[in-house]
Design a protein around this ligand. Structure first.
Ligand code: AMP
Length: 255
């Protein structure tokens, strides 16, 4: 897939150096599939901003903005924040200059209405489109365990009690902040989030399959293998040019 001509500015970093069009990649997968971990790694490698709607909502929640207060009502129950609020927030985020080369979307779109609005937004504001949709698949029976054993610090670094435990219990390896469980990672909310994914987000698999953008990724592998598989499908889809890109190995893969 080749990028059509565009008025978007040239990408300036990483593997996007030769692209002439803003590159938008959507990372799809159920809660607990490892989208956040992979998005951080891939965005670092490609030099593309990582736009996570969950992180944006949590920042708003922490800052007690009107958006944060409203979104919190839904997040803490494991429900989706209404499309209108979510779409407006993403639209605003994409107007910032760091998104001129494109972005790696994590947690957006999550409904068909969001996917359609996103396509329109990219066309209108960037003369661009979604280039590739890696979809991380994991054994559904493992999702609850993956989420309910997850710990985070207030800077968004993620650990897992079994797969990537912190060196010192309860303390972030990277910034020394205390680790805690996200409110919406508690068992009862996790079950609701998975149900919401199956009903509202899973139809996006077909949406992107119809557009030949979907690439299935086996998420039941170690973190580095999943990263390599995502990079490889992005490369094959010509979403990025990884020739000569040095892929750094980072610690235990968590950030
Ligand atoms: P995440 O960190 O991606 O798991 O998102 C945490 C929560 O934020 C979700 O369970 C939703 O309540 C909300 N959220 C994140 N992204 C979206 C979205 N695209 N649409 C609606 N709600 C969202």
């Amino acid at each position: 897939m080749r990028a059509p001509a565009s008025n978007a500015s040239n990408a300036s970093a990483g593997a996007l150096g030769k692209c002439t069009m803003a590159t938008f990649i959507v990372l799809l997968g159920p809660p607990g599939a490892g989208k956040g971990t992979q998005a951080k790694r891939i965005s670092g490698i490609l030099g593309l901003p990582h736009v996570s709607t969950g992180d944006l909502f949590r920042e708003n929640l922490a800052d007690h903005t009107a958006l944060g207060v409203e979104a919190g009502e839904y997040i803490n129950k494991g429900q989706l924040v209404p499309d209108s609020l979510t779409i407006a927030m993403v639209e605003e985020r994409l107007t910032r200059s760091d998104c001129a080369p494109g972005a790696l979307l994590d947690g957006f779109p999550r409904t068909l209405a969001q996917a359609e609005a996103f396509d329109e937004m990219l066309e209108k504001s960037f003369n661009s489109k979604v280039f590739c949709v890696p979809c991380i698949e994991v054994d559904p029976d493992l999702l609850v365990e993956r989420l309910s054993d997850r710990l985070v610090c207030r800077n968004g670094h993620v650990f897992h009690l079994r797969f990537s435990p912190p060196k010192k219990a309860g303390v972030c390896d990277l910034c020394g902040e205390p680790l805690y469980q996200r409110e919406d990672d508690k068992a009862e909310t996790v079950t609701k989030r998975i149900e919401v994914y199956n009903v509202q987000t899973a139809p996006l698999i077909q949406y992107y399959e119809d557009r030949r953008l979907l690439r299935k990724i086996n998420g039941d592998q170690d973190i580095e293998a999943v990263t390599q598989d995502i990079l490889s499908v992005l490369n094959e889809a010509n979403a990025v040019n990884l020739t000569g890109t040095k892929i750094a190995q980072k610690g235990n893969g968590i950030e």
